[in-house]
Design a protein around this ligand. Structure first.
Ligand code: FES
Length: 688
């Protein structure tokens, strides 16, 4: 530690961390950073050969910090630094912090290749800077040659050198290195780079990999195993740079579209668990191939990997039978964070590679929700933040600094287009945006992969040969919300058959009515059953949210974050019109895309985030919606659009909502199909 800084010692401020301190003239900037706990990478141990310790000296008068940072406040480029710049090129303005010394007050920028670009759709985009403190570090070291008079083994002298030069108090080594340590030391002519893994503060650091000479790159994986897609990033552990990203569909879809059907598959087929574990591991392995090829890395260069997944995927990936998760009390085999070796899961990476799986919050709220929580940080701020990850099983987290609660709601697959007559997955050809003219009841829509709207010139040409194939999740939300806003469906979700007289798009279908969204083949209609399916799904989601709000003692939330792919495409306005989410200022509702992947990257690059989420998950109160007596009541109220009892004043201020019917005029208050009005019956007669 910088024990005795003098008052007149130069003041050094590190950005973006904002950490500052006084250091005697001549202190290497790298040492100053270390003393302040600012993470600056260093592989070569200050030999000016790895180039990992680069910083940028800011110039100018920083009035806010009362610092004048001038070019001569840092030592001139010395011979070692000049040699590095000549051999390896040093970008303009960059200095090697192990060589550059402090000569006066300085503002030093530690370049962060690790800034997470918040999703474009995010309005309050606060780019996240992941300060690095990885569990794995590369340490170059020169080892004493063997000496007959000092019978210390090669590995022991390596350990001694690492402890001496890198300040490790204790050090262990993986057994797989024993057969190779001698040849590597000799090949490197007694200079080697060791990968040292230390996750927990109290863990004994371990040498997990060894290379001859200077090894100047190591990678990690951040992987989100979703029920439908697996997404993976290959990340440099030394710079934080994302070298490659790739995604693939989860091959388990063939065992069942949704999670519960996969659990049933395991229950019915004794071989099922192994087959599913194999399938997910193979898919992960293929993605490793892909990101390594794209990022020009070798599998053996991957030394650390963080995985997040929902509980069932988490269990299957680990080879655990998920049957217990199929019914109450939804017991997880393990809820805490899992640390393992890649070898344990038959994942072919570097033989010393380590894995880390974030903790699961509950039997239905997995490590993916924990990763989203880590990324968005409701527990780090004061506003009441609602995080919703809409899937077949919606995961909901609500809280702030003082308390966080979580639950899941069985929304079913309706939001993903299943159970909807014209529904399909989000893919080219699917309707994703819908508007309905309240006067004429005529729709216009936009299709994935096609720029113009359906009423604009060039639509048919842009559409291509596949044409309009169906409606995806966001399209279903919009069409039903627009039908409600246009008065085609009542607040109880009943398609108003009387309108058949006004517009031929409202058509009778048996005892109910449908709305024809697209005439061209295939004819796409929104049926009464479709509306019901969405009502049921959204009521389940809202009832879960409402329960959590009740637990928190709030009637409104300050911010809403939509996680997951579906959330990225859903328009918050329409989600609120449907009453999928509670009333909130619309500009406080944002999509956060693959926040689970962001959380995984955070845990990969900084082990402090692992501890943070482990502690946070322990604190999160889990609510089992199925056991809560009020769930049913909230569910029934939430069947109405947007809700039978909860007001939506902030939404109403932005969107003119249809007038609420009084109970006396509401003839289908329980959400059951109402009896047809005389006008409806007349309309049917006219058509037949
Ligand atoms: Fe390696 Fe500075 S620490 S170049």
């Amino acid at each position: 530690m910088n024990q005795h800084p003098k008052l007149d010692d130069p003041l050094v401020l590190f950005m973006p961390s904002g950490k500052r301190g006084r250091f005697p003239v001549g202190t290497p900037i790298l040492d100053a950073a270390r003393q302040l706990g600012v993470y600056v990478e260093s592989v070569c141990g200050g030999r000016a050969t790895c180039g990992r310790c680069q910083v940028e000296i800011q110039q100018g008068h920083f009035a806010k910090h009362k610092i004048v940072s001038a070019p001569d406040h840092v030592s001139p480029v010395g011979p070692k630094e000049a040699r590095y710049a000549e051999k390896r090129t040093l970008p303009e303005g960059r200095r090697l912090s192990c060589s550059a010394t402090i000569q006066g007050d300085l503002v030093v920028d530690v370049p962060q290749d690790t800034v997470i670009n918040a999703q474009v759709v995010r309005k309050d985009a606060d780019d996240k800077v992941i300060e690095r403190r990885p569990a794995l570090n590369l340490c170059y070291v020169e080892v004493e040659e063997p000496d007959m008079h000092k019978p210390l083994g090669d590995l022991d002298r390596l350990k001694a050198a690492l402890m001496r030069e890198w300040g490790y108090g204790r050090l262990e080594a993986d057994a797989h290195l024993l057969p190779v340590v001698q040849s590597i030391l000799r090949e490197g002519e007694w200079a080697v780079t060791a990968a040292i893994h230390q996750d927990g503060e109290d863990d004994v650091p371990r040498i997990v990999a060894l290379w001859p000479g200077l090894k100047n790159e190591a990678y990690g994986l951040a992987c989100d195993i979703g029920s439908t897609t697996i997404a993976m990033h290959l990340v440099s552990l030394l710079s934080g740079r994302v070298a490659a990203s790739a995604g693939a569909s989860n091959p388990q879809i063939r065992f069942g579209e949704d999670l519960m059907s996969r659990v049933s598959y395991v229950m019915m087929n004794p071989e099922g668990r192994d087959a599913m574990t194999r399938a997910v591991r193979e898919a992960v392995s293929k993605l490793v191939d892909k990101v390594c090829a794209d990022g020009q890395a070798e599998r053996a260069d991957v030394l650390d990997a963080v995985f997040v997944a929902n509980p069932i995927m988490h269990h299957l990936f680990l080879g655990i039978d998920p049957t217990e998760l199929g019914g109450a009390p939804f017991a997880l085999a393990v809820s805490g964070a899992v640390k393992a070796r890649a070898d344990d899961l038959a994942l072919d990476l570097n033989p010393g590679a380590r894995l880390y799986l974030l903790p699961c919050i509950a039997g239905h709220v997995g490590a993916d929700a924990a990763a989203v929580t880590l990324s968005e940080g409701p527990h780090r701020q004061d506003e009441m933040m609602l995080i919703v990850d809409v899937g077949t099983n919606a995961e909901i987290v609500l809280g702030n600094r003082s308390r966080v609660v979580a639950a899941s709601s069985p929304t079913g697959p309706a939001f993903e287009g299943a159970e909807i007559s014209a529904g399909q997955r989000a893919a080219p050809g699917a309707i994703e945006r819908v508007r309905i003219d309240p006067e004429t009841l005529e729709p216009r829509f936009r299709v994935i992969g096609t720029e113009p709207w359906s009423h604009e010139p060039g639509f048919a040409e842009a559409l291509g040969p596949t044409g309009v194939t169906g409606i995806c999740g966001s399209g279903i939300i919009e069409v039903i919300a627009e039908m409600y806003l246009a008065g085609i469906i009542s607040e109880d979700g009943v398609i108003d058959g009387a309108l058949a007289a006004r517009n031929p798009r409202v058509v009778a279908a048996g005892r109910t009515f449908s709305y024809v969204l697209s005439e061209a083949a295939p004819r796409l209609t929104i049926t009464q059953n479709d509306v019901r399916a969405i009502q049921l799904a959204k009521a389940a989601l809202y009832a879960g949210i409402r329960l959590l709000m009740e637990k928190q003692g709030v009637t409104a939330v300050d911010t809403i974050r939509f996680a997951g792919a579906f959330g990225s495409f859903i328009d918050p306005k329409y989600a609120m019109v449907l009453g999928l989410i509670p009333d909130c200022e619309l500009d406080k509702v944002s999509a956060i895309g693959n926040a689970a992947g962001t959380g995984a990257r955070m845990a990969l690059l900084n082990r402090d985030y692992r501890r943070e989420i482990e502690q946070t998950v322990r604190r999160i109160e889990k609510i089992e919606t199925a056991l809560e007596s009020r769930f049913q009541e909230h569910f029934v109220n939430a069947m109405a659009l947007p809700n039978k009892v909860d007001p939506f004043p902030r939404l109403a201020a932005r969107v003119p909502l249809p007038a609420r019917r009084t109970p006396a005029t509401a003839d289908a208050a329980d959400g059951a199909p109402r009896r047809r009005s005389r006008a409806e019956r007349a309309a049917r007669r006219n058509r037949s």
